[in-house]
Write a protein that binds this ligand. Sequence first.
Ligand code: B12
Length: 378
Amino acid sequence: MQGIRRAAGSGPIRADRRARTLRSVPSVGWTIPNRAWIRRPSMTAAPSDHLEPARLALRSALVDGDVQTAYRLCLRLLDEGTPFDEIVDGVLMPIQVDLGRRWAAGDVSIADEHAATAVIEELLLLLAGGLDQAEGREVVVVCPEGDDHSLPGRIVAMSMGLAGLRSRFLGSSLPARDLADFLESQRPFAVALSCSVPSALVGASRSVAAAHALGVPVLVGGRAFGADPTRALRIGADAWATDAQSAVDTIGRWPDGGPTLARPVLPIPETVDLLASERTLIVASALARVVDAVPELATVGDGIDRAATELAALIDVTAAAILLDDPAVIREQREWAVHLFASHDLPVGTITRAMDALAEAADGRGFPIAAGLLRGAA
Ligand code: B12
């Protein structure tokens, strides 16, 4: 049976199996979305192009949780000759990013955002069902512990499958020891690690170490690594790639026995491990100080919960900053938190207080380097 597969070279995806599937499902038009916020201009700078009608129709279906219509819309796009990668980059990604921004701006609820993400994941699974199993090298795609962004990893796994690798997606936030168990029993050719948030970079580093201990090479990608290979090299990854195709090319160039494994430029410092084990105590102590300093937090919605979440993320990026010797990751996190608090009408001064309080708590528990980094980034 033929599958939905990229033809040799970079041509469009063949449609043999797709055509059969299409005959069995009623076709759909580009329906007009009916939700008020969907009608408002997109917050994402997606250009208005030939895919705009598809984006609007798909977004409407996704927000309504109508995965069958979303699936048919994608099949129609594929049938019209739109390659899978273009559907991802030009339709699904802008929708997802726009939803995320609307959530951050307080425009849609977290439940709406989660529901739409779940439907996109379901949609990808349905589309993946149309793929033949490739016969290339087996690659395990996974997110490190602490990273809940499963969608980028799933998309990368699917694109790798289209490009001829046998990819398996293990999901989000997988602790390094569980990854090690899986690798030990399955012995794939390589791991492709997807990391979207800097707070999970320490987890990423542990995953690299776990794979290396079993002789499995690791290629990394995702937003948390930034725009160049510096962070990837610092955590000891064997390669860094920005997209699935270049990852496939890199893995394809590795010899059959795998590349010589990279050594971490910086091994995980002891203080990073200790900080992780004291995280809960440090966050609890800092939260008490923040609530004292900003009493109005207790009066606005889920203010205290949000403050606790941001404190935990700040301590995780502080550990990442020590590991990477790169304080910029703390500043990035602070900017994000300030934006989030401002758009949810929460007291913005909380974030500076939170960083001071974390610095004091870290000092109190014997982490002067972490305290210094937090003060420097406040
Ligand atoms: C959807 C989303 C979520 C969803 C995730 C749902 C899911 N199941 O995946 C939820 C609501 C859970 C979420 C939570 C959070 N999120 Co969020 N999220 C996003 C959002 C809007 C979209 C992510 C996405 O799916 N993008 C689409 C994919 C396809 O694009 P991509 O990520 O760029 O991936 C591409 C490439 O990077 C590359 N790639 C990715 N991985 C790999 C791996 C390999 C091997 C290779 C080769 C390539 C590769 O290929 C992909 C396809 O082209 C982004 C903003 C954005 N603009 O992307 C924020 C974003 C990633 N989130 C962010 C943050 C801060 C958070 C939270 C901390 C918020 C909070 N305070 O609760 C939490 C963290 C939770 C956690 N511990 O992980 C920040 C991260 C910035 C930072 N410096 O920390 C972002 C960038 C938003 C922002 N503008 O600040 N988030």
